[in-house]
Design a protein around this ligand. Sequence first.
Ligand code: ZN
Ligand code: ZN
Length: 251
Amino acid sequence: MDWQAAWRFFGELFFPPTCVGCQASGERLCERCLAAILLFEEPRCPRCDMPQVTRHAAPCAVCRASASQLDGMRVVGPHAEPLRRAIHALKYEHQPQLAQPLGTLLAQRWAVAGTAIDVVGAVPLHEARRKERGYNQAELLADRLAAERGLAVAHHAVQRIRATPPQVGLDRAARQSNVDAAFRAAASVVGQRWLLVDDVCTTGATLEATAKALRHAGAREVWAIVLARPVAPDAQALPTSESDVARGQGT
Ligand SMILES: [Zn+2]
Ligand SMILES: [Zn+2]
């Protein structure tokens, strides 16, 4: 145990964690708040996992209108409280322990709506941001999902080769050009069926760019799973990212 871990251990002994949702003492995300997390309603689109009016084997109108590097995406629920709050604490308030209950939510969704895959990997953070945060929250989520589903993990097969300014505040086109060519995948991905993990999907530009790198390197299939998606098709209109804008933080 390094000194930071020891410090956290003793800290939690004397100051038990409080729930990010309701501030109750005991757990970082209590049973009641966990149960209050909204899931998207069924039926859902077989490609993007967003709710549809009727059950269709065919993708929704949004998916039919846009080409994607992904074979499909799975989503737990809307970017709403208390899930929004928990994701924010995981990313910006140094609470990596939240990746455990949140990763379990991903594992549960994948158990219901996932397909056969070979490898789980996180959308990589640039090394500078990773150092600043101390961890990549998407990796922690992927680790938990993989452990619960008995899947292999390969975080270092995809790398972010270019630092990109935070996506927050950019429109769809700007986000796309911001992350295009920011990733590179290793030759080891040839023929593999991939599951990419991230916390939130806003326009999908980062996931698309990562998937593109995997396909370019020869991956056979690329799926994605995220905790949350804003409900409005244009995320810029949503108030959920305001605190991030104010802090100048991105993914
Ligand atoms: Zn709570
Ligand atoms: Zn769709």
